[in-house]
Write a protein that binds this ligand. Structure first.
Ligand SMILES: [Zn+2]
Length: 314
């Protein structure tokens, strides 16, 4: 059974018709103005109508950033789009006449990895998406964990440093401040400031202006020692966070997605090392695997479509 998945981001909306195997059979993409919430809804409706044309579509899943209620209908809050208590499901469903469900974007991406990607062979998986911030998704006993109010699995805001760096969420010392793409840039700049192994980073900053994720990613791919040092620092924080998360969730697999995950084993190695160094009662229970996400750009739409389809099943 085909279903439609829509992924609403800060700068674009992606939509796709997704089949039972998680394969995309048609897709659309438009750019968005995050400040105009009505225009976003109009664009989503137009995209659904266009994708559904000439097809039997029983369900639409919409992935959005922020807090979504447990009933998968209301957006409590989004950081970039001005939605507050927005009844997104009803607003879209009344215009497309197809049942709609709404899910958090990181949860949708995690579900896609669990069903069709790196997590397809396990029952318990924890995913961290390392983008500008840090997103989280938890699958436990083959089910997506949403929490009592629907806003669980905000793993980026687990505290790793008491009294640490201030976070956008209002708290201090969240893993998002130590394990995100933005944190990697801060670490790379610090290494460039010192010189030594940071020479290549410093040179790039002089020639191309402020360091970006692309600059650091390219230097990591080249094996530059300064960029790798920054990545190791990032990985060691993420590994520490995984040790704490593992004590609660006991997943068979940790999956890492987002732009920084393109570093592959160069990211996974320091995470694994740090995880083992911080593990409670090491050696007395099986150790989880660590993997890079496989679906990359399509995870949001694929996961949203599959979650919507799943809601129809008895
Ligand atoms: Zn936070």
């Amino acid at each position: 059974m085909e279903a439609i998945g829509i992924d609403i981001g800060g700068t674009k909306i992606a939509g796709a018709v997704v089949d039972d195997f998680g394969d995309i059979v048609a897709e659309r993409r438009v750019s968005t103005d995050a400040s105009d919430s009505e225009a976003i809804i109009d664009a989503v409706v137009a995209m659904i109508r266009s994708l559904a044309e000439g097809r039997e579509i029983p369900a639409v899943g919409v992935a959005a950033p922020g807090f979504i209620d447990a009933a998968q209908s209301t957006v409590y809050y989004t950081p970039n789009i001005p939605w507050r208590e927005e009844p997104l499901r009803a607003r879209i469903a009344e215009r497309v006449e197809i049942p709609v469900t709404v899910d958090n974007d990181a949860n949708a991406a995690g579900w896609a990895e669990f069903r069709f990607g790196a997590g397809r062979l396990v029952s318990d998986m924890t995913m961290l998406t390392i983008g500008t911030g840090v997103g989280g998704a938890i699958v436990t006993g083959d089910e997506l964990f949403r929490g009592g109010f629907g806003t669980g699995a905000e793993l980026g805001h687990v505290r790793v440093v008491p009294g640490g760096l201030p976070c956008g969420c209002g708290a201090h010392g969240c893993i998002e401040q130590y394990g995100s793409g933005r944190a990697l840039l801060r670490m790379a700049n610090g290494i460039a400031d010192v010189g030594g192994v940071g020479q290549a980073l410093a040179r790039r900053r002089e020639t191309d202006g402020p360091l970006t994720g692309q600059h650091v990613g390219a230097l990591i791919a080249e094996g530059d020692p300064g960029a790798l040092l920054a990545l190791r620092e990032l990985g060691s924080w993420l590994g520490q966070a995984c040790a704490s998360l593992g004590a609660v969730l006991d997943p068979q697999l940790f999956v890492f997605g987002g732009g920084v995950a393109a570093a592959g084993d160069r990211l996974l190695d320091p995470i694994r090392e740090s995880y083992l160094a911080h593990l409670p009662a090491r050696g007395f229970h099986p150790e989880p695997e660590f993997a890079i996400a496989e679906l990359v750009n399509d995870a949001g739409v694929v996961g949203a479509a599959d979650l919507a389809r799943r809601r129809l099943a008895p």
